[in-house]
Structures are given as C-alpha cells and as structure tokens.
Write a protein that binds this ligand. Structure first.
Ligand code: NAD
Length: 289
C-alpha cells in the first residue's frame, strides 16, 4: 500500500469558497460579518498570525478587526474589552491571540468570551456542547483534522480510532467529534503505557502529541488512515553538512506513507484547513446570531 495524500490546501480552498458564498449572501441582505481579534502587547508570533488572519479574512469578504491593548493591560481592562465586543452587535466572532503577556491567565480570559461568539471553541460551554453532541462548531484544529478525515470519504462509524494527545483544543475535542461520528475511540497521552500497542489497533490514527516524528512504522497498522496534526520547525543537515530548517509533523512520513492508506502531509495537510476553519466558524456564528 502507498498512502494517498490528503490535500489540505484543496480542502481549505473549498471551505473558503463556501464561506465566501455565505458572506456574499449575508452582504446582499445588508449584513457585514466581522471577526474581532484581541491582541495583547506586540509579541511577534501573535502579530504574524494576526496579519495572516486579516489577509485570509479579507480575501473572502469577512471584516477583520484587530483590537490591540498594551502588554501592560491588566485582567480587568482585558475582560472589559471582551465584554464590549460581546455586546457589540457588529462583531460576530471573537478570538484572543496567543500568547498573552505574563501575569495574565489566558484560560480565564477565554472563558469571558460569549459562547455564541467563541469561534475558536475554547469556552467551557462550547466544549461541553461538543461533548453532548450539540456543538455549534468545534475548535478549529480539531475540526480541521476531522474535515481531513471526512475528505477520504470513509465513514468513521464503527471504526477503531486512536487519538494521540488529550489537549483541550485538539485531542479531547477530536475524540468527541469521532465519538459523535460513532467511532470507537481510544485517547493516548504521555502516561499511556504502550503507545505503539494502542496505535497499531487504529483504523483511524490521529497524531496530535506535539512531538516531532513520534509516530513511525511501528505505530501504524497496514491500511490505516493517518491524520498528522503536529507542526514543528526542525533543523536538518543535508549530505554536504549544510543546515536548513524544515516543517515536519508528529508522523515520520517516509516510514508511514508505504503502510497507511491515507495520510495528511506536513506542511499542506491539517494546517491550512485549520486557518480556513476559523473563517467558517465565524460565518456559522454570524448565521446563528
Ligand atoms: P499540547 O502540548 O497541549 O498537547 C499534547 C498532548 O499530547 C498532551 O495531551 C500529551 O499528553 C500528549 N503527548 C505528548 N507527548 C506524547 C507522547 N510521547 N506519547 C503520547 N502522548 C503524548 O499540544 P496541542 O496544542 O494539542 O498541539 C498538538 C500539536 O498540534 C502540536 O505539534 C501543535 O504545533 C500542533 N497544532 C497544529 C495546528 C494546526 O493547525 N495543524 C494547530 C494547533 C496545534
């Protein structure tokens, strides 16, 4: 078997096109949809994300409002800004850019976002709704990984799925999406006794451990669908000893591609779909308000 690569860029384009069509229909009814991003301080990573989100949003006709507060803003000032955006009828989605300055509790601030505007799905209420099978939408990365799986056309119902990772924004919501789709789900984490033994049982394997190259041939059953959520910049040295940086996932693609039936590449797999999912969730939020 040689794995079919799941084309994340193509999935992202499809999601953006559908979102653009919905936005155009909203506009024809005199409504402009707006995503507000709260950025604290001037962290270069957060600024880079904000710039690329703004470009993506504007490319499909979604307003992007960057709300900047100084790094010295205290929790009271940030929550009062979030409250203002919660009340603002011209804002449909709210996100808090990461990382937040030291001394502020990102989790507590995210819980302040009104659930119906929480387009990243980070509020406890939204994770709870997902657990109960009544989600408005799922956290962007989990939703993106699920979308990559859907693209294979293979129904997860009755399949053994193994998720490596139990974070609140990826592993747990993804496990819930899979349960809601009737898969039989195992969640692995750092205390899992024998990772390869668990993952080798998977017909659907999702790697979301945040550990470069963790998953190799010994972890994968022949014919498994493998979704790689990990994104890592690593230094590599070529035969001549020249060093460069490369983006890799949690999966050793050269070992797993000959074994798996379907595989998401890194880059070009789950990553681009995640970015598109934020836009799709914002459009869904606007439709529901
Ligand atoms: P996290 O560090 O919060 O969680 C990692 C989880 O994996 C933890 O639950 C931990 O128990 C588990 N884990 C770690 N090492 C393990 C091991 N050796 N064996 C078994 N379990 C192990 O990370 P996260 O925020 O969930 O992100 C996971 C990965 O996804 C990261 O590489 C991150 O860069 C990537 N990510 C990608 C996107 C995207 O758009 N594709 C978005 C967000 C995060």
């Amino acid at each position: 078997v040689s794995a079919r690569l799941i084309d994340g860029k193509a999935i992202a384009t499809k999601i953006r096109t559908q979102a653009a069509e919905k936005l155009a229909s909203q506009r024809s009814r005199g409504r402009t949809v707006c995503l507000a991003a709260v950025m604290l301080g001037d962290d270069p990573t957060a600024a880079t994300y904000a710039r690329s989100q703004a470009k993506d949003a504007e490319s499909i006709g979604l307003n992007y409002r960057l709300v900047q507060l100084p790094a010295t803003a205290d929790a009271g000032q940030v929550t009062s800004m979030i409250d203002t955006l919660n009340r603002d009828a011209s804002v449909h989605g709210i996100i808090l850019q990461m990382p937040v300055p030291k001394g502020l509790d990102a989790f507590e601030l995210q819980q302040r976002i009104a659930p119906e505007k929480d387009v990243e799905g980070v509020c406890a209420a939204n994770l709870g709704m997902l657990a109960m099978g009544r989600a408005r939408w799922a956290p962007c990365t989990a939703a993106a990984a699920f979308e990559c799986l859907r693209e294979t056309g293979i129904n997860p119902a009755g399949k053994r799925a193994v998720v490596v990772g139990r974070s609140n924004i990826v592993g747990k919501p993804l496990a819930m999406l899979l349960i809601n789709a009737h898969a039989t789900v195992t969640v692995c984490h750092t205390r899992t006794a024998n990772l390869a033994k668990e993952t080798r049982r998977a017909e659907i394997l999702v790697a979301a451990a945040g550990s470069a190259g963790l998953i190799g041939a010994e972890h994968v059953a022949p014919g498994a669908i493998v979704i790689d959520v990990g994104i890592h910049r690593v230094k590599v040295r070529d035969a001549a000893g020249v060093e460069s940086t490369k983006t890799v996932g949690d999966v050793r693609i050269d070992e797993v591609a000959p074994i798996a039936s379907h595989l998401t590449p890194v880059p070009g797999g789950v990553g681009p779909v995640t970015v598109a999912m934020l836009l799709a969730n914002t459009v869904a939020a606007a439709a529901a308000i």
